[in-house]
Design a protein around this ligand. Structure first.
Ligand code: 9MJ
Length: 693
């Protein structure tokens, strides 16, 4: 694109694009491009202007910080400009920053840095006059922002009055919306048919920039402080950033959590990795970390370069959203026949990896987002989450695109596709006739938590289940060889010679595989039941079923009323199980497995009988955050005492353990009259169990 235009025309186009997107972003709170794409266009314009300074126009987006405040609010000039931070995207840039700092300060030894998460919210400034909140303003273009005092006053976390002798104090920080509140708010917006926000940051901005403060008050916004501008810096009761933050906390400001003071560049990079690992567990979005020279005197000496302080640096995580082209939509078939549309993408670097495929979830999602082949799409990959197509960029849609529809027949086996009324998922009705379902069923059967057959991975299963041209086939007659494996039982009849005929399969590997299959012949009953892949029967239910019935035979012959006796098995699960065992082909597969020497081992009875001890045989549901005990730890201890932990509250639940911010499960427990205890209550039950009460 860049090469096709004259520099002047390109610069004009870039200016126009950037202005349009800046307006959508800052004024409408409805961004049209991912930040990384905006930055890329911005940097391209900067580079063009640097090589040809004649191209710079006074209205170029490069000539100001951020965007002008909208006219909806009165404008407030910042006494001290609200600057942006310089960004670093690599370790090298951090090393260079530290070197520049040490050179400027004439320091050889490691510098002390205050380090903190970088919130992805909205920067605001709070001015206190004689201890009273006088003005609250957005950052705006850095020189002047919008007067949103009335709205900021509705945030519970912002003190309206502080206990200080300073006649003038300006506190700066970030307004943000927690992810959970963002999801809830969008659900409510959707239910009312109103506009949904793209991300928590825009939701926070949109909520703060409301003409009616009552609307802001109804949205749950948070404020965290990370900076101070005093009327007279000498009056500040601290000589370093860390102490300044402690002082703010003492004045009852919520101060940026997870902050630390570290030494030198190793400390900076260590902190970056540490926060990066914890990022997805934080309740709010962060887009990097911020490093600040800790000593305020050193900060003053370092001063500023153009738009940013020289004493601070934002070290950003790799962008989680990027733009690319959707080159096709494939439909994949899963183990239960579920059809998933998958986007084929022009390769794009996002979230630290190159992405070529992204899930589109299901047909309704594709419709809702109106994703079409040929579209420019925003791809999102956060943490270890599967990449997804978040949205399209409608203004970049070429002409002649067509809306996506699910095929009427399975793309793998040609069987009819069914979509029951009211369900989002379309399924292939081919069952084990469908090679894709066979493949997924086998992969599940062999997986580590099921039969645990080592070495039986995707490529091998692919070859085992597909019909392939036989070795002797000569064109033009394409003779098809029957697949070696149709059902899990066929695995146990495979010979080394047969496996050895597969592509890239040396004799030793073939022998190893046959041996691994052989070793898997005596699984615990629970793992065998899980391996069967019965709809709605996960690992926990499989274990409960195995414990309850003891033998495969007892489970297979159980009617629905008997199945309903099992803890946590409700009508839907009971019906899935009964239906599965009633199908002749499933029975045949199980008979064949047993005939091939597979021998599920009877399950041990439950560790303790219900009624013995306060935990044994009881069902617990955990909800909210337990301050002193992780959920995993709580589960392990409950199970060790003979209790079990279920995922949802029902009449069969004995106790709901409610931690901080417990939600709908707690409400359900109350509605059903289930006993609710807190962490201390749980600890006391566990203690009694340990004491043998
Ligand atoms: C954010 N966004 O979390 C600063 N920031 O300091 C933190 N931003 C900042 N500090 C000086 N933690 C200018 C901006």
């Amino acid at each position: 694109m860049a090469g096709a235009q004259e520099p002047a025309a390109r610069a004009a186009w870039l200016r126009q694009e950037l202005q349009r997107h800046a307006h959508a972003y800052y004024v409408l709170d409805a961004p049209t491009l991912p930040d990384a794409e905006y930055d890329r266009l911005f940097r391209e314009l900067e580079a063009l202007e640097q090589t040809a300074p004649g191209l710079v126009t006074p209205d170029s987006p490069t000539q100001r910080v951020g965007a002008a405040p909208s006219t909806a609010f009165a404008s407030v000039a910042h006494r001290v400009p609200m600057l942006s931070l310089n960004n670093a995207f690599s370790d090298d840039e951090v090393v260079a920053f530290d070197r520049r700092v040490r050179e400027a300060l004439g320091r050889v030894e490691p510098v002390a840095y205050a380090v903190e998460p970088k919130f992805d919210g909205l920067a605001v400034s709070l001015t206190y006059v004689d201890g009273q909140l006088a003005t609250g303003a957005t950052r705006g273009d850095g020189e002047a922002g919008e007067d949103v005092t009335a709205n900021l006053r509705t945030l519970q976390s912002i003190p309206l009055r502080i206990d200080t002798a300073l006649p003038l104090l300006e506190v700066r920080g970030e307004v943000l919306m927690r992810r959970r509140d963002f999801i809830r708010m969008n659900e409510a917006q959707r239910a009312r048919g109103e506009r949904e926000f793209v991300n928590p940051r825009n939701a926070a901005a949109g909520s703060l920039r409301q003409l009616d403060p009552a609307v802001t008050a109804a949205r749950r916004l948070w404020f965290y402080a990370y900076g101070v501008v005093a009327g007279e810096a000498d009056l500040l009761p601290a000589d370093c950033h860390g102490a300044l933050m402690d002082w703010l906390a003492g004045l009852r400001f919520p101060v940026v959590p997870d902050r630390a003071v570290v030494a030198g560049v190793d400390g900076l990079l260590g902190y970056f990795r540490d926060i990066g690992e914890r990022r997805s567990a934080l309740p709010y979005d962060i887009d990097g970390v911020v490093y600040k020279v800790d000593a305020l005197a050193d900060q003053q000496r370092l001063g500023f370069v153009s738009r940013a302080p020289r004493f601070a640096l934002a070290h950003k995580f790799p962008a989680e959203e990027a733009l690319t082209e959707l080159v096709g939509i494939d439909v994949q078939v899963g183990r239960t026949g579920a059809l998933t549309p998958v986007a084929r993408l022009r390769p794009v670097f996002v979230g630290g990896v190159t992405v070529t495929n992204a899930t589109l979830h299901n047909e309704d999602e594709v419709r809702r987002k109106d994703v079409r082949v040929g579209d420019t799409v925003v791809v999102r990959r956060a943490g270890d989450v599967i990449p997804e197509v978040a949205r399209t960029v409608p203004e970049r849609r070429p002409s002649g695109t067509i809306a996506f529809t699910m095929p009427a027949n399975c793309p793998v086996c040609g069987s009819a596709v069914a979509k029951p009324e009211g369900e989002a998922i379309s399924r292939c009705t081919g069952g084990l006739f469908c090679a894709a379902q066979r493949k997924q069923a086998l992969l599940h059967f062999a997986s580590r938590r099921a039969m645990d057959i080592e070495g039986l991975g995707e490529k091998l299963v692919d070859q085992l289940v597909s019909a392939s041209a036989s070795d002797g086939a000569v064109e033009p007659v394409l003779e098809l060889r029957a697949p070696l494996v149709r059902t899990p039982a066929d695995l146990y009849r495979l010979t080394v010679t047969q496996v050895g005929t597969l592509e890239r399969m040396a004799e030793k590997s073939a022998r190893n595989l046959v041996e691994a299959i052989d070793v898997s012949r005596r699984p615990p009953l629970a793992r065998f039941v899980f391996a069967l892949g019965i709809r709605n029967v996960g690992e926990t239910t499989a274990r409960d079923l195995a414990r309850h019935f003891g033998t495969l035979d007892a489970l297979m012959t159980a009617a629905e009323p008997a199945l309903l006796q099992v803890p946590d098995v409700g009508p839907v699960v009971a019906q899935s199980i009964a239906t599965f065992f009633a199908q002749p082909h499933n029975r045949e597969v199980i008979d064949a497995l047993l005939a091939a020497g597979v021998d599920p081992q009877a399950a041990a009875p439950p560790p303790a009988q219900a009624g013995v001890g306060p935990v044994a045989g009881r069902t617990f549901v955990l909800t909210g955050t337990l301050p002193g005990l992780s959920r995993d730890a709580a589960r392990v201890r409950i199970e060790a005492a003979g209790g079990k932990v279920a995922g949802s509250v029902s009449k069969k639940t004995d106790y709901v353990v409610a931690g901080e911010e417990a939600g709908s499960k707690l409400e359900k427990a109350r509605a059903l009259g289930v006993t609710v205890i807190d962490e201390a209550g749980l600890q006391s039950l566990l203690q009694q169990a340990a004491d043998g009460d």
